[in-house]
Design a protein around this ligand. Sequence first.
Ligand code: 8X3
Length: 251
Amino acid sequence: MTCKGIALVTGASVGFGREITCRLVRDGYKVIAAARRKEKLEQLVAQFPESIYPVVMDMMDTKGVEQSINQLPTEWQNIDILVNNAGLALGVDPIPNISLPSWDQMVQTNIVGLIHLTQYIIGGMIKRQKGHVISLGSIAGTYPYPGGNVYGATKAFVAQFMLNLKTDLLGTPIRVTNIEPGLCGGTEFSEVRLKDHEKAKDVYAGTQPLTAQDIAETVSWVVGLPAHVNINRIEMMPVCQAPAGVAVSRK
Ligand code: 8X3
């Protein structure tokens, strides 16, 4: 298969990132797989030795991220698709019973890391007049829920940043898409958020949630559309989920 282009996927070692990486490789892309865990990236390389370039980086460390991008081998430098997948939720405690370091970590990863990496990559896309930036937002960026506080706010930021990015890129052929999933199982998301295996399992009890494959399929679809079509945002939920109504406190 001829190579369709170069993609960079963050958080590529597990969950959505891993599925998106594998799907893009199967679609004919070469993928720079970026993540913190070297061993997990090595497993991806073993699976697709010709098509994956592993980069160990931590989105919290913006200087390190910049260095990693600057040090890419020449043949991996022209990135056509950036998938801003790395991100996390920590905790569901309501304000004020929260952990400030957890809030900082979410802001640093979901917002600061994402905008810095986008800035490092976007200049090359503009120069080459080619590119697609895709971010993984969340329904939590649109619908508030108890304990969603800073996590939801970071995803609201991502949604607006992507719309503003699209606006600044008007007049270029570069595409910008925010994918906003709801309940999604089979990943480490709830384990990381709740730090409790049983509670994490309970999140999905009696449901048929979205899967990482569903998200990868969606990425593949938006990327594969004709070049003049831009999907600004996609909000997706499993059939068993609905946006809940506003809440009322009664005496
Ligand atoms: C993941 C979806 O509903 O857990 O962002 O916030 S949700």
